[in-house]
Design a protein around this ligand. Structure first.
Ligand code: CTP
Ligand code: MG
Length: 249
């Protein structure tokens, strides 16, 4: 911490970690967020960079209800005033709202980070906090590098398993212009009041898929923080292969 910006002069930060999903696309076995990556549970990897941050006052983790009442030992040992656990809800937005309810009122800036992103870097966290401190929403994101096709037959994004490659899907309807397109990641950071309003209004928009979207709709300034492509979201069994490789760097 530099002398010109002592922690006391900056708003305190709270972190919400939605970790209450069922990990269906990751397949059967141990719950995705508890599964070890190079020996360290994914959720623990996601917690650490925030737990070490000097501006973070509190972390609230939303877990599936059965685990909120009986957290794994490695998590139980860390719990206290600074790290709390709540039962999550049926949707990610619900889990974020329930975690926000528990957050210490002293936290004026709130970061939301998926437990399924175990490789977030310190510089991304710093930049998200710095932007949120200036009264804007901030979304870690990477520019789209692939060519995008809109395909008849809908999206595969939420399918439980990958589609077998021997069954073509289509036809292609168009190639989408990727200029200006970014893939939203987490963390996403906001002035607390914005997230409270967005959470209170979550019932108005079923199609909202990240925390910033409702704020964009409300006309609030949201900026993108260029993030590392290594901040992957672990979704499928294949992603665990990538995660093991990233953890070996
Ligand atoms: N999440 C949550 N509460 C829910 C659903 C999801 O807290 N009701 C969390 C997940 O635990 C994860 C993050 O939101 O950390 C992003 O969700 P995703 O990657 O989709 O994880 P899951 O919902 O667990 O996986 P799936 O969709 O394959 O079941
Ligand atoms: Mg999900």
């Amino acid at each position: 911490m530099s002398p010109s910006s002592p922690a006391g002069s900056r708003p305190e930060v709270g972190v919400l970690l939605p970790a209450a999903g069922q990990g269906e696309r990751a397949g059967a076995g141990e719950l995705k967020q508890f599964r070890p990556i190079r020996g360290v549970p994914m959720l623990l990897r996601a917690i650490r960079p925030f737990a070490q941050h000097p501006l973070v006052r509190q972390i609230v983790i939303a877990l599936p209800a059965a685990f909120a009442s009986r957290p794994p030992d490695w998590l139980h040992d860390l719990m206290g005033q600074r790290l709390q656990v709540v039962a999550g809800g049926a949707t990610r937005a619900e889990s974020v709202a329930l975690a926000l309810d528990r957050l210490d009122p002293a936290c004026r800036i709130v970061l939301v980070h998926d437990a399924a992103r175990p490789f977030v870097s310190q510089d991304t966290i710093d930049a998200v906090i710095a932007a949120a401190e200036t009264g804007r929403g901030a979304v870690a994101a990477v520019p789209v590098g692939d060519t995008l096709k809109r395909v008849e037959g809908g999206s595969d994004a939420d399918r439980p398993t990958a589609r077998p490659p021997d069954r073509p899907v289509g036809p292609v309807l168009e190639t989408v212009d990727r200029r200006g397109l970014w893939r939203a990641q987490t963390p996403q950071g906001f002035p607390r009041a914005w997230l409270e309003e967005a959470s209170a209004r979550r019932g108005e928009a079923e199609d909202v898929t990240d925390d910033a979207q409702m704020m964009e709709r409300l006309g609030r300034a949201v900026v993108v923080i260029p993030d590392h492509t290594t901040n992957i979201k672990v979704t499928t069994a294949d992603d665990f292969i990538l995660a093991e490789a990233l953890a070996s760097r």
